[in-house]
Design a protein around this ligand. Structure first.
Ligand code: URA
Length: 475
């Protein structure tokens, strides 16, 4: 029996090294006791390899990613679970794709819990200013994570708040950032933190981004569980906002659509997304995250962000260009004329929209005002690139078997080029992650073609492409 002690610092890397060595020495999961504790000079305390080392096994990248997240979970069995799965993976390389495997499902659950906890930390850490030292301002925050996420979150906070000195205290670890250097200290009890002058601003911001028409109390509490409220200045506004939500939603319905309010600039700036992938682990949470998006200027004039919709396990994802005028008002993709034409032709070939995840390459409506009308404008390359971040996050959550790219903008976002879509339609291309992309025309193109014969031909082509998608999924 071997006892492997995985240190509290650099846990994920240490587990990986230990697992690799155990595998190479042919040590079965039943022969290992995993312990989590202070770093020891000899990671393999309590035993030495008794078997000759074999060739290091090659491990799928998807498992490496999974294990490097699961290692931060607080489940005492996490290391053993990972190693037992890795052991089986050697013999059954397809195991990572087996959705019915119970051990994999458990690991995915642990991964999701860690990602969710990290998201909570990003969203709910509130700094209070403490005494300044030299020219740098100093801040401190208190947070109570459920898992050991402080270390893997260090890079995020260092990048986002690199221009000040700060400390995030938690019962598990204390993260300290001084003069550009990150360090970790043991956890501690909640320190006494001063009130912050910016708390009023947080509350204002929170009231501004709150959409009463979208109030779902249960979803809101699952996204912002009550246990975080006591550390959040803006939470004081919640009961009042819930109470007045219905009346405000009615007022909003009566109001003519107008340009989106300019949001509390300073704080939006502070919340500006980095290149980290969004932390949301379900589509509803992703939508809420996207509501604060300022990655490109389109958020300024659109009524709202329009994320995709459809089942989480949809085998087919359909990507259009951007919401149109009606989608912008309804907050749902493909509900206007192009969407209706799509529904009609999809119905003809037996493509059931309820089984499809429908979304767009760009999530905010881009338009030029002309009197009372808002004329569609094509998003430019920078806007498509900025929004690819959200499209990638949707793809990550849905993981469809096939993506149907409708039009040049979707093709550009998914394949890197939108050129020659008329020639490329009806063909399959492969995205960088291996997902198959079927290219087709955009339904609004069918609505615009002026000449009847060309319109018939384009409609025929579009119908054939949708039928091809159906056949591909059934095949
Ligand atoms: N056109 C699109 O590309 N997407 C929509 O959601 C609506 C029209």
């Amino acid at each position: 029996m071997r006892t492997i002690r995985v240190p509290e610092l650099d846990t994920a890397a240490a587990w990986r090294t230990a697992a690799r060595d155990l595998l190479a020495s042919g040590t079965s999961p039943g022969e290992v006791i995993w312990q989590y504790g202070e770093a020891q000079p000899d990671l393999f305390a309590g035993g030495t390899a008794t078997r000759p080392a074999t060739q290091p096994a090659s491990v799928p990248k998807s498992f490496v990613e999974l294990s490097q997240t699961v290692c931060w979970h607080s489940d005492p069995e996490r290391f053993a679970r990972l190693y037992a799965f890795l052991w089986r993976l050697r013999e059954t390389p397809g195991l990572m794709q087996d959705r019915g495997d119970a051990a994999l499902a458990t690991l995915r659950g642990l991964e999701k819990a860690v990602r969710r906890d990290k998201h909570k930390m990003k969203a709910f850490v509130r700094f209070r200013e403490i005494d300044a030292e030299g020219s740098r301002r100093r801040f401190a925050a208190w947070f109570e994570p459920e898992h050991h996420i402080v270390e893997p979150m260090a890079g995020f906070f260092a990048r986002r708040f690199g221009d000040m000195d700060w400390m995030i205290a938690t019962p598990d670890r204390t993260l300290i950032f001084t003069d550009g250097a990150v360090s970790l200290a043991p956890g501690q009890p909640k320190p006494d933190l001063p009130e912050d002058a910016t708390e009023g601003l947080w509350t204002t911001y929170f009231r501004n981004i709150f959409n009463p028409a979208r109030l779902k109390i249960q979803a809101m509490q699952s996204e912002m569980p009550k246990k975080y409220w006591r550390n959040l200045p803006e939470a004081a506004a919640i009961p009042d906002m819930i109470a007045s939500a219905e009346a405000r939603a009615r007022e909003m319905q009566l109001a003519t659509p107008s340009l989106a309010p300019i949001r509390a600039g300073r704080i939006s700036e502070r919340l500006r997304m980095t290149d980290d992938a969004p932390a949301a682990t379900d589509i509803e949470a992703l939508r809420r995250e996207a509501e604060g998006c300022t990655r490109c200027p389109l958020h300024r004039n659109a009524t709202q962000v329009v994320m995709g919709e459809g089942p989480r396990d949809a085998p087919l994802m359909i990507v259009g260009e951007q919401p149109g005028d009606q989608e912008d008002l309804a907050g749902r993709p493909f509900v206007g004329p192009a969407g209706q034409l799509f529904d009609e032709i999809a119905g003809e070939v037996g493509l059931d929209r309820d089984r499809v995840y429908v979304t767009n390459a760009v999530k905010h409506f881009k338009f030029a005002p002309r009197g009372k009308r808002r004329l569609h404008q094509r998003p430019d390359g920078g806007e498509v690139q900025a929004c690819k971040w959200w499209l990638d996050a949707e793809r990550d959550l849905i993981r469809p078997k096939l993506i149907l790219a409708m039009g040049a903008t979707a093709a550009a976002s998914l394949t890197g080029t939108g050129q020659g879509i008329l020639k490329r339609r009806g063909t399959f291309e492969t995205a960088a992650d291996g997902t198959e992309i079927l290219l087709t025309l955009h339904p609004s193109y069918l609505l615009r073609v002026p000449n009847a014969a060309a319109k018939d031909a384009a409609t025929r082509d579009f119908r054939a492409d949708l039928a091809l998608a159906v056949a591909h999924l059934d095949g």
